[in-house]
Design a protein around this ligand. Structure first.
Ligand code: MN
Length: 187
């Protein structure tokens, strides 16, 4: 994955909002030192850390992980896949659109791989639609089994998760945000 692109996105957003690292740390619960390391490309953030930043800044995830794939330009799939070390791989299918308040990712799970997410901002709703393989989604405290061609919608402002079945899975993951998301408060 490219820490440089994530760091550059973060620095641009923070500077654009006129926000200090201290203020950013207060808003996100991510330490000033860690934020600085991410911005300088010295640290590879986990997806959990990126979600803390997104939540604190009221931003969609694609604002942080978006990186156009300049090496292999393909109008149908312009974004690079972000492989989080030891975790899931995330590719932007549709980046965040402020008019629609949504973004869509394609995520791969290896067999048995479990990823549990902390609650997103109040009001965030997710949908999962399985493309290949089978998987389970943690919704309201229960793991719900889904096969290819099946989908589920759930409140994502509470703990939720994804688990790959015996063959692993590829799925689409839609995020629907409340209206105020996508505009960073000035620091
Ligand atoms: Mn989530």
């Amino acid at each position: 994955m490219s820490e440089d692109a994530i760091g550059a996105n973060l620095r641009k957003i923070r500077n654009g909002a006129g926000m200090s690292l201290s203020k950013a740390a207060d808003l996100t619960g991510v330490s000033k030192a860690m934020l600085g390391q991410i911005e300088r490309g010295e640290s590879s953030p986990t997806i959990a850390t990126l979600w803390k930043i997104a939540k604190g800044f009221h931003l969609p995830l694609s604002a942080l992980i978006g990186e156009l794939d300049a090496a292999q330009p393909d109008p149908a799939e312009p974004f690079k896949t972000v492989q989080f070390p030891g975790s899931i791989a995330v590719k932007i299918v549709f980046p965040f659109d402020p008019e629609l308040g949504g973004e869509t990712f394609r995520i791969s799970l290896t067999p048995g791989q479990t990823h549990v997410s902390q609650p997103h901002e109040c009001g965030v709703v997710e949908e999962v639609f399985v493309l290949t393989g089978d998987m389970e989604v943690l919704r309201d405290g229960d793991w719900v089994a889904l096969g290819a061609g099946e989908g589920i919608r759930f409140q994502a402002d509470q703990p939720h998760g994804y688990r790959g079945g015996a063959q692993g899975a590829e799925f689409l993951n839609m995020h629907h945000y409340p209206r105020h998301v996508g505009v960073v408060a000035r620091g």
